[in-house]
Design a protein around this ligand. Sequence first.
Ligand SMILES: Nc1ncnc2c1ncn2[C@@H]1O[C@H](COP(=O)(O)OP(=O)(O)OP(=O)(O)O)[C@@H](O)[C@H]1O
Length: 327
Amino acid sequence: MISLKSVSKHYSVDLTAGVSDISLTIEKGQFIAIVGESGSGKSTLLKLIFGTLAPNEGELTFNGEHIPGPHEKLIPGHDSMKMLSQDFNLNLYAKVYENIESMLSNENVQEKKQRSLDMMALLGISELAEKRIVELSGGEQQRVALARAIITRPEVLLLDEPFSQLDAVLKTQFRADLKKLGNDLGITIIMVSHDPVDGLTLADKMFILKDGRLIESGEPVAVYNNPLHIYTARLLGNAFFLPSDEAKLMGIRSKAQHVMIYPEWVQLKSTWASKKYEIEEIFFRGFYEDLLLERKGIRIHAVNTKPGMYKKGQGVQVVIERWLEFD
Ligand SMILES: Nc1ncnc2c1ncn2[C@@H]1O[C@H](COP(=O)(O)OP(=O)(O)OP(=O)(O)O)[C@@H](O)[C@H]1O
């Protein structure tokens, strides 16, 4: 439904910045995460899709029709899409329900009221209806902004760093809200986030950007477990990398330059293939421990899901069950 063919956008001040030669498709109802390090072109890509930036080259279509750029429309931004940006764009001194209702036309006042009530109920903010925006917390404001964005039933919701204002608890809640909304309303959601966990937990498909280029894409589980690039592995997980000579000392034979291992691939168990390591440090992480293990001067990490089981300095038998090779 959204299609980009060889799309490039370069900013005149810096011709290396922006995005280059991006081709992709997004299906109706998909939850998409655009992930990449800072400056990789995530926001640029989002604005191109919305139509608030025009490409220098290539073509963008929505349901088969050209996406008009900012110079082709009186009010830039596609009519069937809504962008929820980091500055919530709320009327601070108006009440919550007024902020939400103001998105709808006055043609049918009764329907307008009902839709606004339904939307507040859906997002769990009904009890805030009569409060003014200035009286709300950042997380509550974010929900009102989301209600405003989706009350007009856009086909596509674009989110630029939607969790930036939220603490850990609210973030988890808001993630769940978004996932539910996508499912319940069938909205296509395209989210830009610098936190890979957002993409891994929410997205049906991830697009990985590096230096303005789309270097890989796919379902989160596939991209996480079989990244094509070191960059992606570094971005998505707590992967650690060993040069092949060090990997050899761990019992891993590889012709590639680097071996990449996720801590969860390191198993603490004794088999014919296990090697002895010393627990150099234990980092408590709540429901699990991150163990720093050392063998012949080389350090690796392991996940221990039974905190308290091991002591610092203890020797343990370790099997590295899986690794990936990169040149
Ligand atoms: N209006 C602009 N004028 C000039 N250069 C720009 C402009 N907007 C973005 N850029 C440059 O284009 C590149 C990509 O920027 P973009 O904001 O798309 O990246 P991003 O991945 O969203 O970054 P971040 O995670 O830091 O928000 C960066 O090098 C940035 O400096």
